[in-house]
Design a protein around this ligand. Structure first.
Ligand code: ADP
Ligand code: MG
Length: 409
């Protein structure tokens, strides 16, 4: 019996790991379809594996509770139906069917209805709820459908194992969900880091046009015998400078503003130009010249993420050229993919550094976060693209990004 229970537990854990792997891959840990499929398969396996034992002695209610709590009421109803069908198929319409129906129906309903609130709880509270449900089900089953003669030793055993199993399963489930959400938080935190770093260069760059505007306006105010023509000319120049300042702020704000993460069609020509505009103030401050050749070509992605990704790369390139240099952005189309090559003429990297780039917290800079390239990798992966980096110490670095072109619909 213990062997069967352990086997049950193994299947449940494998299911959770698979679900976690999927969440890591897609970055979506609330996928109801995945939760439903994984828990449904585990439930079926749990029932089939314990066939030669009593019906009570399997752990099928653990994936059932997990699926209902994490998936919500619809998943819970679906799992319930699947479980009924498997029950009928395996055991037929026996006398225990009605209690079975009632127990799992009410527990499923309770879990499903609790689900929206469940997500807001702390880990301890979640675990308590899961364990409480895991105790309830076998207790009810003993009361209502104890058709086998199980002695008291086994009764205790059958009540304790679900609790232990539930604690293990619930803890692993929560710990894994935490890592996925932590990674998403890092992406957000890194963005605010970039936002605050760029803010310095933006405020610096905005000050210039404002000073010029102020100068012209003072000139107009103070010299009273200025001809009308000259007066108009000065005001026009002042307005132009104000436009420049407002453009810089606008560019920066579109990047800094939080936006919903939906997918859209992006023309890389337009968006890379936009990135060039945002980064140009920063480049200017570091005496870096930007050269670019941009083709127009449509890919699929999220605008904000696209901006963040290429800002991180170009910002690194500029930072790699402390004494100035050239930043090149070159695009071309090759085999249904767009190739974006970004090169700098900076300090370059050693082989060891090149191997570690993209690792979280790997940074050679005093004030570096070491998260920029990690974010780049995850965004490019989400766009189904690839990135290759080549670098020569003292000569510069080239980033080559390949992203599939969106198929026109
Ligand atoms: P950070 O910029 O905060 O240090 P990143 O993840 O953006 O973190 O970059 C990690 C490290 O990769 C940098 O510290 C730097 O050593 C290296 N690196 C990234 N881009 C370049 C580049 N263009 N040239 C040289 N080194 C680079
Ligand atoms: Mg960086």
């Amino acid at each position: 019996m213990l062997y069967g229970l352990l086997l049950n537990l193994l299947f449940i854990l494998v299911g959770i790991f698979l679900q976690h792997l999927w969440a890591e891959k897609t970055g979506n840990d609330h996928s109801k379809i995945v939760i439903t499929v994984v828990t449904a398969v585990t439930i079926i396996l749990c029932i089939l594996l314990q066939l030669d034992h009593s019906f009570i002695q399997d752990l099928k209610f653990i994936p059932f509770i997990i699926g209902s709590l994490y998936g919500g009421i619809f998943v819970s109803i679906l799992l319930f139906i699947i479980m009924l069908l498997v029950y009928l198929f395996v055991y037929g319409l026996t006398s225990t069917f009605i209690p079975f129906f009632l127990i799992f129906g009410s527990v499923g309903l309770a879990c499903g209805l609790l689900s929206p609130r469940f997500f807001k709880w702390t880990m301890t509270k979640k675990l308590q709820a899961m364990v409480a449900f895991a105790c309830l089900v076998p207790l009810f089953m003993f009361f209502f459908m104890n058709d086998h003669q199980i002695d008291s030793y086994h009764t205790v055993f059958l009540l304790i194992t679900p609790v232990i199993a539930m604690i293990i399963v619930g803890y692993i489930m929560e710990a894994m969900r935490e890592t996925v959400s932590l990674r998403q938080q890092i992406i957000k935190a890194e963005k605010s880091e970039v936002v605050s770093q760029l803010a310095a260069s933006v405020s610096h760059e905005v000050r210039n046009p404002l000073t010029v505007t102020k100068g012209f306006l003072q000139l107009v105010l103070e010299s009273e015998d200025l001809p009308l023509e000259k007066r108009k000319e000065y005001i026009r120049l002042a307005l132009e400078e104000l436009d420049t300042a407002s453009n810089i702020i606008n560019d920066y704000l579109t990047f800094a503003k939080p936006a919903p993460a939906y997918w859209e069609l992006l023309d890389i020509g337009i968006h890379l130009k936009h990135i060039e505009d945002i980064i140009s103030t920063y480049a200017h401050m570091n005496s870096v010249r930007i050269e670019s050749e941009l083709v127009s070509c449509v890919i699929q992605g999220n605008k904000q993420q696209f901006h963040q990704c290429f800002l991180n790369i170009t910002k690194n390139c500029i930072e790699a050229m402390p004494d100035g240099g050239v930043l090149t952005i070159y695009t071309s189309i090759f085999q249904k993919h767009v190739l974006i090559q970004i090169s700098d003429t900076g300090i370059g990297m050693t082989k060891e550094q090149l191997n570690r780039i993209g690792e979280p917290y790997f940074s050679t800079k005093e004030k570096g976060t070491g998260l920029g390239m990690m974010v780049v990798y995850s965004i490019i992966k989400a766009m189904k693209g690839t990135i290759a980096i080549s670098s020569n110490l003292g000569q510069g670095t080239t980033f080559t990004i390949r992203i599939p072109i969106a198929v026109p619909r």
